[in-house]
Design a protein around this ligand. Structure first.
Ligand code: NAD
Length: 402
C-alpha cells in the first residue's frame, strides 16, 4: 500500500498578504482534514506492475473507490475467518470474465459462495463446450445479424444455431439424466451441471474456462436468484413438458445462503459480500441478514464487509443502486462496519479483472471452504437456532428435526 507523504506545512505567517482576520482564524480540525495522502503521483513509465499502479495512481473519484475496493478485498475480506459471497449480474461470462477472472477467484479460494444471473451460468456453458463466442461491434446491423444466424450482446457475437441452440440441445440431454429427477435447489442443479461442464472441458482440452466447472471442482455453491429467467430455466421448463421430474425449489436456496452467513458469524468469523452489478443477485445475497433477523428472528447485526461495483444510481430507489448505508436500515449491513463499505461506480468489465489481478498479486490463495459440502450441516444449525429463538412449532405437531 502506498505510504502517506507528509507535506511540509506552509504557515500563514509566511503569506505576507494574508489579512489579519484570516491569520487569527482558529482552524481546530484543519490538520485532521488535510492528513490524507498528498496527490503527487510519479510519472507513469510503462514499467509499473498493475497492483502498484492501482495503489499509486488511483487517487480520486471512482479510481480511488476501486483502489479502496481492492485494498478492502485483500486486507480484510480475504482474512482466513471471512466467508466471501459474490454476486454477478450483467452479461459477464459472454464478455470472457468467467475465464479471465471468476475462475481464478474460485481456484484461489477468494470466493466461497456465488449468486449469479442464470444468463451468466448459461453462457458459461458455451466455453465448456468449446462453442466460440466472438468479439464483434455494437455498430452492427441487427437485421443482417438475424439473417446470418448470429445474436449480439452489445459488442459480443454468438452463433444462433451452432452456439446457442447447440448448447441448448446438450443442456436438455443433461437435464433428463437420472440424477436430475428430483426436487433441488439451484446450488445442487449447478453443481450437477458443473460436473458435466468439467467433463466437457476435459473432452475439449480446454482448461479452466468454465465457472460452473471450476465451482464444481472447488465445492463453491452457485445460486441463481431467478431460476426461470434464463436459458437454463427455459430448458428446464421445456423438458418438464416431456415429463422431466426436475423441480427447482428457491426456498432451499434461501435457507442455504442464510445458513452460510449465520455459520460464518457463529464460528466467530465475519461475512463479506462483493456485488458485481446489481439486479436480483445483489438482493438475493444481501437478503440473508433480513432473513436471519426479520423472518427467523435470530439476533444478528448485518454483513461485516461490503464492496459493490455498479452503474446504477441510488436516487431512483432501485435496489441495484442502493447504497450500503441504506442497507443498514434493513439490517443487511452492520452499521458499525460502514467504514468497511465501498461502492465504485464503474463497469464490471473494467473493475473485475483489476480486482482479480490485485488480489492474486497481493494475497496468497486461501484454503477452499467447500461450502457446497457443508450445506446440510449448516442448514441444520440454522434450523436449530430458529427453534431456540422462537416459540415456533412444526405445523404437523411433530418435533423439529435438526
Ligand atoms: N440467455 C439468457 O439466459 C439470458 C440473457 C440475458 C439476460 N437473461 C436474464 O435476464 C435477467 C437480467 O440479467 P442481466 O444480465 O441483464 O442483468 P441486469 O442488466 O438486470 O443487471 C442488473 C444491474 O446490474 C448493473 N450492471 C449490469 N451490468 C453491469 C456492468 N457491466 N457494470 C456495472 N454494473 C452493471 C446494472 O445496474 C443493472 O441494472 C437475469 O435473470 C438473466 O438471467 C437471460
Amino acid at each position: 500500500m502506498a505510504k502517506t507523504q507528509h507535506t511540509p506545512r506552509r504557515f500563514r505567517e509566511d503569506l505576507s498578504e494574508t489579512p489579519d482576520w484570516l491569520k487569527k482564524k482558529k482552524c481546530p480540525n484543519r490538520d485532521k482534514y488535510l492528513s490524507g495522502e498528498r496527490i503527487l503521483p510519479n510519472n507513469i513509465t510503462g514499467k509499473e506492475k498493475l497492483a502498484d499502479l492501482v495503489d499509486r495512481t488511483f487517487l480520486a473519484y471512482n479510481s480511488a473507490r476501486l483502489k479502496e475496493g481492492c485494498q478492502l478485498f485483500v486486507d480484510k475480506m480475504l482474512e482466513g475467518d471471512v466467508t466471501v459471497g459474490m454476486s454477478f449480474a450483467g452479461a459477464l461470462t459472454p464478455a470472457g470474465l468467467g475465464c479471465s477472472s471468476i475462475v481464478p477467484l474460485i481456484k484461489a479460494g477468494f470466493v466461497d459462495w456465488i449468486v449469479a444471473t442464470g444468463a451468466n451460468l448459461y453462457h458459461d456453458l458455451h466455453f465448456a463446450l468449446n462453442y466460440p463466442v466472438r468479439v464483434g461491434s455494437f455498430k452492427m446491423d441487427d437485421t443482417d445479424l438475424r439473417d446470418n444466424d448470429i445474436v449480439r450482446v452489445y459488442d459480443v457475437l454468438l452463433g444462433y444455431s451452432d452456439c446457442l441452440m447447440a448448447t441448448d440441445e446438450i443442456l436438455r440431454a443433461i437435464l433428463v439424466q437420472p440424477e436430475f429427477q428430483k426436487e433441488m435447489g439451484t446450488a445442487e442443479l449447478h453443481y450437477l451441471l458443473g460436473k458435466y461442464a468439467a467433463e466437457w472441458e476435459r473432452k475439449t482440452g480446454l482448461k479452466d474456462v468454465s465457472v460452473l466447472a471450476a465451482a464444481y471442482r472447488a465445492g463453491v455453491p452457485c445460486y441463481t436468484s431467478s431460476p426461470g429467467d434464463s436459458t437454463i430455466g427455459m430448458n428446464v421448463a421445456g423438458v418438464e413438458l416431456r415429463g422431466n421430474k426436475l423441480r427447482v425449489n428457491p426456498s432451499i436456496d434461501v435457507n442455504e445462503t442464510t445458513a452460510y452467513v449465520l455459520a460464518a458469524k457463529r464460528a466467530g468469523g465475519k461475512s463479506a459480500v462483493v456485488l458485481w452489478g446489481g439486479g436480483s443477485p445483489k438482493n438475493f445475497m444481501l437478503q440473508t441478514e433480513p432473513q436471519i433477523q426479520e423472518v427467523l428472528r435470530i439476533k444478528e447485526y448485518g454483513q461485516d464487509y461490503f464492496l459493490q461495483v455498479t452503474d446504477a444510481r441510488p436516487d431512483t430507489g432501485g435496489l441495484s443502486g442502493a447504497t450500503p448505508s441504506e442497507a443498514v436500515s434493513w439490517g443487511k449491513v452492520d452499521p458499525t462496519r460502514l467504514p468497511d463499505a465501498v461502492v465504485c461506480y464503474t463497469d464490471t468489465t473494467i473493475a473485475l479483472p483489476i480486482v482479480t489481478h490485485y488480489a492474486l498479486a497481493r494475497h496468497k490463495p486461501r484454503k477452499l471452504r467447500r461450502l457446497f459440502d457443508q450445506r446440510g450441516k449448516m442448514v441444520q444449525a440454522l434450523t436449530k437456532e430458529y427453534f431456540l429463538h422462537n416459540k415456533a412449532k412444526m405445523l404437523d405437531g411433530s418435533k423439529p428435526v435438526f
